[in-house]
Design a protein around this ligand. Structure first.
Ligand SMILES: Cc1cc2nc3c(=O)[nH]c(=O)nc-3n(C[C@H](O)[C@H](O)[C@H](O)COP(=O)(O)OP(=O)(O)OC[C@H]3O[C@@H](n4cnc5c(N)ncnc54)[C@H](O)[C@@H]3O)c2cc1C
Length: 389
């Protein structure tokens, strides 16, 4: 959509093919329906792939401030929240899709939705698109913006990779990023729906492989939420023997937590083991920490010896769960890996193999951190591709 809008504004006649019944279906589901449209901290170090530097020219061509100005120009007002995350003021992702749709229509872009592009071939000096319904459209240039494998129900799929492969491009391995981390389910299942601020470490034995911090959301089969998402790409890449360690009281040292517990026992001996952390952690989590520590939840606090209190403090500081992998592409927000960026010119997004062919967004081997970075990549790379330089 960003590419089509840019090309149309430059006076080109543009056809936008969308295989789903309407454009921007995935967009409408982003950010839990609120659409985390960008992040004011968008910079090269928030992106991954064989060559993260590839994103630099696009981010310079359409930086965050210009992206927000572009959206304001098509009627969308936004607000910045914690961590530089930007959302529509309406708090509704539909505002973003509608603003884009209206803008595309106003610029005369021909939206061909509900029809899947089956083939993209060279034709004369340009390209021919053939769709499932048998339509054939020829044009001077083609921009492949088919996204990646993540979020299958929202339109994720392999078509973009296949279309580009048919024209000689190659891709790296694909794996889910920003996905739920699957762990031994006992504790997450019991805590399903509980959110907790924490520091998270991905460890193998004593080695810490990656760290993140922020919100964790316990789910039926593992741990989700931004802090988990940021480690998921590493889980996919590392294979077995991993565990996820949550520090659920990250602002307090182990000694301070222990001291807090001792004070609670002294001041409120009527509490049970399962109640000692109430006030410090969400109630269900507080109770579960006692279980994790191997204590009876209803054991009187006054009966807990020094060892029991240490186990309880350790449960809060090192809530470790064996990792089973990630939940895969269905639950992933983005695809790590994609069409090789070395085959495209980062200054134009044009193919180095096929003149007149462009690609942008998730189909390329670029994925961003959680927090609006993936959509910023889609806007910036789409804008650059749409200039058809
Ligand atoms: C649940 C979820 C929440 C997310 N939340 C956020 C967020 O808050 N912030 C953020 O920055 N990122 C978020 N992301 C990631 C972000 O949505 C994607 O990285 C981004 O949409 C990629 O943009 P794109 O244009 O490359 O691909 P897409 O948005 O996937 O668009 C590609 C389009 O091409 C269409 N298409 C594919 N093949 C064909 C074909 N053969 N013919 C015709 N049409 C075709 C698809 O139907 C699709 O509509 C989220 C992702 C998911 C799944």
């Amino acid at each position: 959509m960003a590419a089509a809008l840019t090309a149309a504004r430059a006076g080109r006649e543009v056809f936008l093919f969308e295989r789903q019944s309407r454009v921007g279906r995935k967009l409408a589901a982003t950010g839990n329906g609120r659409c985390n449209i960008t992040n004011t901290g968008a910079a090269v170090n928030r992106y991954h792939g064989e060559d993260p530097e590839f994103v630099r020219p696009a981010l310079e061509a359409l930086p965050v401030a210009d992206t927000l100005a572009l959206f304001r120009g098509i009627g969308l007002l936004t607000r910045e929240e914690y961590g530089g995350r930007v959302y529509p003021l309406s708090n509704s992702a539909n505002s973003v899709t509608d603003a884009l749709r209206f803008a595309l229509e106003a610029e005369g872009v021909r939206l061909v939705s509900g029809d899947r592009v089956r083939a993209l071939t060279r034709s004369g000096g340009g390209f021919a698109v053939t769709t499932e319904s048998g339509a054939r459209v020829e044009g001077e240039a083609a921009i492949v913006a088919c996204g990646g494998l993540a979020g299958e129900k929202l339109g994720g799929g392999r078509d973009g990779y296949e279309l580009l492969k048919s024209l000689g491009h190659t891709r790296t391995a694909l794996y889910p990023a920003l996905a739920q981390i699957a762990t031994a389910p006992e504790f997450p299942r019991a805590l399903k729906g509980v959110k907790a601020d924490c520091a998270m470490r991905l460890v193998r034995g004593r080695e810490v492989l990656a760290e993140s911090s922020g919100e964790a959301l316990f789910a039926e089969t593992g741990v989700s939420g931004p802090a988990a998402f940021d480690l998921a790409r590493r889980v996919s890449a590392e294979g077995g023997g991993l565990s996820l360690s949550l520090d659920l009281l990250r602002d307090y040292s182990f000694g301070e937590v222990l001291e807090h517990l001792r004070a609670r026992v002294e001041n409120a001996p009527q509490l049970t083991a399962g109640e000692l952390f109430i006030g410090a952690a969400p109630n269900r989590l507080a109770r579960m920490l006692a279980k994790y520590a191997g204590l009876k939840q209803d054991a009187p606090a006054s009966s807990l010896d020094a060892r029991a209190l240490k186990s309880l403090a350790n449960a809060a500081k090192n809530f470790a769960l064996p990792v089973r992998g990630t939940e895969g592409f269905a639950s992933a927000q983005v695809t790590a890996g994609g069409i090789r960026t070395s085959e495209f010119d980062p200054a134009t997004m044009q193919s180095r193999l096929v003149p007149g062919l462009y690609a942008c967004g998730e189909v390329l081997d670029i994925d961003g951190d959680c927090g609006g970075f993936n959509l910023q990549w889609a806007w910036s790379s789409g804008y650059l591709a749409g200039r058809l330089l």
